[in-house]
Ligand binder design. Structure first.
Ligand SMILES: [Zn+2]
Length: 645
């Protein structure tokens, strides 16, 4: 019998900048589902990729001084790198700048136009001329352009529209007849009551205000706007073509599920199904809009300096620990939050103490008491039945959790049987059995049961921690890892020789790592602050800068200033005949004798000022290096009097 197909997708990531960990967990979530479905025996196709067009990218590229294509190549590379780093098993990575995608999108647009579902009209809105952007009333900031703060004025622009209104009734019926189409339930009500039932307005699907997009073939003033371009990726990736689609498309479409963030659920449950209806293609079975993972209380943002990237976490904790953590904290209905504290805590308690310890001591005992050999010589006791039933009870829970996208529940179910196995060790006390020669068979039975439970746990962990799963199976020296084999107890054959006990997860020294992380976070926050300051400083022209006369000067004398703890009085040779006097607020950091003979940079045309009785003619340059640390800029190699420009 042919395997049942399962097509799963993530949203395609916008290539505006490298995504932080809060935006990277969708790929891990989707990967866990894809791996679990494969384990169940499905023929899975897993698609991810990048959304690369639009005005924003055009602007980012311009600011970076590169072409839009160069810009998206770099960011798409970073995004793909993160998917690979996180050990995700996508079957295809689509980029909306891929040639086949662009061609198909053009064909889709043309088809919809020719059949009358797309029509040309005028887009009316509030226009900002310098930004070349249309805004709606609600997008304005204090009645002005939200980007540049200038006045906007009502304007019209020629544009193409998709007839959403024509399909409104059909969509409403589809959603009502397919209760699982929009998931979770709360989102379905929101879409129906807030957007669809009040009436759909036709959607503007082209722009003339920027160039970085797929051109409309029959009207090249226009580029195709994001909806038709980005959403179509789910079918172009498989080889959809209005003139005849590929076998891959015929095999896998419609998608079993689109996994997306809750913020784009409207596009996926209104625009996308209507596009498909207009194309005469079947709709995806399900759209799951997941909540967000926040860092601590805050949404991650560069300006707060609390942005964390996947590679930083992986470098510190390892890829499986990061996957485990993200999946175990995966929110289902409300936004969830992650923090270093909970990550370290779960690492030590779940991975090192529970799973790692279980495997390590079991394998060590088999080696110690039986020379590594498992003997299935059943001297069973009643408590074994309860233990086996508990171990087998996890799988139905894991299945249900995956069906409901409650991935953290699936993780919990597996962790629970690892804890149960540790409890079984305490209950049976193998070390006590080992002291009694008559209990040899009992000891063998207990250890067999433990190794078999470890095998089941390892197979169930394979969706979450694929490398760890393999490492555990290698330690117990088995390749019995099918889905069938974990539905009942006892697949391991007698006589199996286990490997050597090797720790899977080393405990983390909480104090040490916390100190390291705090130092790193503080440095990041400082960098963010510096960047914001630089950004905030008014821009000056080269003419403005030329007004400042900077000279190299040698400090020929230096004395403290009476009644001014912070000031030093410097006498400078600035290359002229006349000694120059400058008062400088550096007494906390320098002693007079350290300064005499050294050369500094002086602002020589500063208006003189009297500071604590000293007439200061100019000032010397110094850097704020940290909070309360100032360092004078010394230029001892340069000749006094040299002009700096
Ligand atoms: Zn503007």
């Amino acid at each position: 019998m042919d395997k049942q197909k399962y097509y799963i997708t993530t949203a395609i990531a916008y290539t505006s900048r490298k995504p932080h960990i809060g935006n990277s967990y969708e790929i891990v979530l989707t990967d866990a589902i894809a791996r679990f479905r494969r384990l169940q025996g499905y023929d899975v196709f897993f698609l991810t990729g990048t959304d690369e067009h639009g005005q924003k990218i055009e602007e980012y590229a311009k600011n970076a001084g590169v072409t839009p294509k160069e810009y998206v190549d770099k960011v798409a590379g970073e995004i793909k790198g993160i998917c690979d780093l996180l050990n995700t098993t996508y079957d295809k990575f689509i980029r909306t700048t891929d040639g086949y995608h662009e061609k198909t999108v053009q064909k889709i647009f043309k088809k919809l136009y020719e059949q009358g579902d797309i029509y040309k009209s005028e887009y009316e809105g509030l226009y900002c001329t310098p930004c070349e952007s249309f805004w709606t009333e609600s997008q304005l900031a204090d009645g002005k352009c939200p980007d540049c703060g200038r006045e906007v004025k009502p304007a019209k622009e020629e544009a193409y529209f998709l007839k959403l209104s024509k399909y409104q009734k059909q969509l409403e019926e589809h959603i009502e007849n397919h209760p699982n189409f929009i998931y979770p339930e709360s989102r379905k009500k929101e879409m129906l009551n807030n957007f669809i039932k009040p009436g759909l307005q036709d959607l503007c699907v082209s722009r003339t205000s920027f160039k970085w997009g797929i051109p409309v073939t029959f009207d090249d003033k226009h580029v195709i706007y994001v909806w038709i371009d980005a959403l179509s990726n789910y079918i172009t990736a498989l080889g959809y073509d209005p003139d005849g689609s590929s076998d891959l498309y015929k095999k896998y479409w419609p998608a079993n599920v689109h996994i997306i963030g809750k913020d784009i659920i409207r596009f996926h449950t209104i625009y996308w199904p209507i596009m498909l209806m207009a194309l005469g293609e079947p709709l995806p079975e399900q759209v799951y809009g997941h909540p967000w993972l926040l860092f601590g209380e805050d949404k991650m943002s560069k300006s707060k300096g609390n942005v964390i990237y996947a590679d930083e976490l992986v470098n510190r904790f390892g890829v499986d620990a990061v996957r485990y953590y993200l999946l175990s904290e995966m929110p289902h209905a409300q936004d969830g939050s992650i923090s270093y504290d909970t990550m370290i805590e779960r690492y030590n308690s779940d991975l090192a103490n529970t799973i790692g310890n279980l495997v390590n001591r079991t394998v060590a005992m088999v080696n110690k008491y039986f020379d590594g050999e498992l003997i299935c010589n059943t001297d069973a006791e009643e408590l074994d039945d309860g233990f086996k039933a508990d171990i087998l009870s996890a799988l139905p829970k894991v299945e249900k959790a995956f069906d409901d996208f409650r991935i953290s529940d699936a993780v919990d179910a597996v962790l629970a049987i690892a804890k149960r196995s540790n409890k079984y060790i305490d209950e049976t006390a193998p070390w006590a059995l080992a002291k009694d020669e008559t209990k040899k068979n009992r000891l063998a039975t207990v250890l067999y049961n433990l190794v078999e439970s470890i095998r089941i746990i390892a197979v169930e962990l394979s969706s979450f921690m694929p490398d760890t799963s393999k490492a555990i199976l290698a330690q117990i020296n088995t390749d019995i890892d099918t889905y069938e084999s974990i539905k009942s107890f006892g697949a391991i054959p007698t006589g199996l020789k286990v490997g050597t006990a090797t720790p899977l997860f080393a405990r983390i020294d909480v104090e040490k790592i916390t100190a390291e992380i705090q130092a790193e976070m503080a440095a990041k926050a400082q960098n963010a602050k510096n960047a914001a300051e630089i950004e905030g400083v008014a821009k000056i022209g080269i003419d403005d800068f030329a007004k400042v006369d900077l000279r190299v000067a040698e400090i020929t004398d230096c004395v403290p200033v009476k009644r001014a703890k912070k000031l030093l009085q410097l006498t400078l040779n600035d290359g002229t005949d006349k000694p120059r006097t400058v008062a400088s607020g550096i007494a906390l950091w320098y002693k007079p004798e350290e300064l005499i003979g050294r050369k500094v940079i002086v602002v020589s045309n500063l208006k003189p000022a009297v500071l604590c009785g000293v007439e200061s003619c100019g000032m010397i340059l110094a850097a704020d290096c940290a909070e309360n640390d100032v360092k004078v800029i010394f230029v001892d190699d340069l000749p006094a009097g040299a002009k700096i420009r």
